[in-house]
Design a protein around this ligand. Structure first.
Ligand code: SAM
Length: 216
């Protein structure tokens, strides 16, 4: 499979300064800390229905914690592209790719939206990134356009803690807001506007959700 242009020069893009300075601080401790509260990776990647030889895009890929699972789903003949606005997070993703010798995984720096890529994908994943992206509706709509017909867009993210006893939900949501995460977003409803066959599964009483939809 031919890899698209994705490891070329850094695209400047419109980047969110606050988010980038947040991840400048958090990148060094990201991999050591996020296992404790970012759940559902394997289930979310399963729900993308990737097959050997497929292509996958992760929007807001961070340090590349999902790359091993995505790569094993697409196999050696498929490929994975990650996009992120933070150079510190991407530097770690690059190091992971180099250390593990993954020739079919590549990253590109860009702030989303826009999502200007020259190819379409079998699957697009937002893993704990959509609730941080300011223009998230536009990001979803753009990502949906990058899907091959029938391809899957998956979103894994924090939910709205609906079944948690009061005041646990609002306290956690407040803490998430301080960490640039905005949970009161009607993600599944918006997915329905640009994708077919949208399903959303809430887990752990609304701690996180996995939503999927098919490209038109
Ligand atoms: C919580 S991390 C998730 C990283 C990875 N997907 C994971 O599951 O571990 C969120 C990532 O989204 C990136 N991000 C947030 N807003 C973005 C935007 N508008 N464009 C590109 N990347 C963005 C951040 O830089 C950060 O690396």
């Amino acid at each position: 499979m031919i890899m698209p242009r994705a490891q070329g020069p850094v695209a400047p893009g419109r980047t969110d300064r606050r988010l980038r300075s947040f991840y400048r601080l958090h990148a060094p401790i990201y991999d050591q800390t996020r296992w404790a509260f970012l759940f559902g990776r394997a289930k979310a990647i399963d729900s993308l229905n990737l097959r050997p030889g497929n292509s996958a895009l992760e929007v807001g890929c961070g340090t590349g914690l999902n790359f091993a699972l995505l790569r094993s789903a697409v196999g050696p003949d498929g490929f994975v592209i990650g996009i992120d606005c933070s150079e510190q997070m991407l530097a770690r993703a690059q190091r992971r790719i180099a250390r593990l010798g993954w020739s079919n995984v590549a990253v590109r720096q860009a702030s989303v939206p826009p999502l200007d890529l020259e190819i379409c994908f079998d699957a697009v994943l937002f893993s704990y990134s959509l609730t941080m992206i300011e223009c998230w509706e536009q990001a979803l709509a753009r990502a949906a356009r990058l899907l091959k017909p029938g391809g899957t867009l998956g979103v894994l993210d924090f939910g709205q803690f609906r079944s948690w006893p009061w005041p646990a939900g609002p306290i956690i949501q407040g803490w998430l807001r301080l960490n640039q995460v905005h949970t009161p977003r009607p993600v599944a409803r918006h997915m329905g506007e640009c994708l077919d066959d949208v399903h959303c599964h809430s887990k752990l009483g609304g701690y996180y959700f996995i939503a999927t939809g098919r490209g038109r």
